[in-house]
Design a protein around this ligand. Sequence first.
Ligand SMILES: NC(=O)c1ccc[n+]([C@@H]2O[C@H](COP(=O)([O-])OP(=O)(O)OC[C@H]3O[C@@H](n4cnc5c(N)ncnc54)[C@H](OP(=O)(O)O)[C@@H]3O)[C@@H](O)[C@H]2O)c1
Length: 310
Amino acid sequence: MQKKSRIFVTGHRGLVGSALIRKLRAEGYENLLTASRQELELRDQGLVDQWFARQRPEFVIHVAGTVGGILANSLWPADFIYDNQMIQSTVLQAAHRCDVQKLLYLGSSCIYPRDCPQPIKEDYLMTGPLEKTNQAYAIAKIAGLFSCVAYRQQHGCNFISAMPTNLYGENDNFELQDSHVLPALMRKFHEAKLASHPEVVVWGTGTPRREFLHVHDLASACLFLMKNYDEETAINVGTGTDVSIGKLAEMIRDVVYPSAKIVFDTEKPDGTPRKVLDVSRLHRLGWQHKVDLPEGIAVTYQWYKQACLA
Ligand SMILES: NC(=O)c1ccc[n+]([C@@H]2O[C@H](COP(=O)([O-])OP(=O)(O)OC[C@H]3O[C@@H](n4cnc5c(N)ncnc54)[C@H](OP(=O)(O)O)[C@@H]3O)[C@@H](O)[C@H]2O)c1
């Protein structure tokens, strides 16, 4: 990938896409192609084909998708399976037709089997039943991974896939109905502080363990993979370390509202008991994350406070 290459980042206004644009600009890539949903509906093959024929991207980092936490996944499974399958199918097909040199597709750690051994190795994909609460999303994302393999096998396309762990950072979704656990907790603590409310309710028992990667690090990993990885197997991207939801809540409380009391709502679902990726393959290739969780939470909260004021 050269500094003048035409690089299309789908979903550039979202959490991952915006971090990628910042990273690519910082690295001196000059020809970044973007299209908002209003400019290009990615579920429409005709529109996507026309756009690719006009813009002629040479590289594609495909991150657009319908994404959300446990509540959104259980409320709108049809949207999750339809949108994600459509969006990825149109982009992969257009990338093949337009002879894109390389495409990176993002899977997700939540598409591994619910009860697979920990830490999760790449080989565990499709070895057991999925977590029920995000099954529709997971099936769509698995179809995306196998689509990359199919285009590679049938047409020789250099389509690679990465499996990021839970992400957070600037431009995350802080809406309580469809956000992930970290931004949802940050918002709850922030609003409790503004209202001088002494308690914050955290969903579930607080015992499930999760891994979190700052989106700056994910963007750096994506660029690294575009330069250094050409294999068929989807590769894990994470920190390789996990933390309980209870501990995460304490970390966020300490940054946002130190005097708040944490109350667990044990009637709410916990989801998968533990989820941490084995990132040894990526480490062996030479990439490691840089932003630790307490630092990432503090930076993200600074951004969130400013976004709230804007
Ligand atoms: N967030 C995580 O923790 C996480 C973890 C692992 C993997 N991932 C993967 O990372 C990718 C990006 O996630 P994210 O968190 O950045 O999501 P996000 O913040 O919700 O951003 C999604 C982006 O996709 C665009 N988009 C959605 N539907 C579209 C459509 N029909 N046509 C055109 N654009 C559309 C959105 O455009 P608008 O801005 O116009 O709405 C938005 O820019 C996804 O593939 C997800 O599976 C995310």
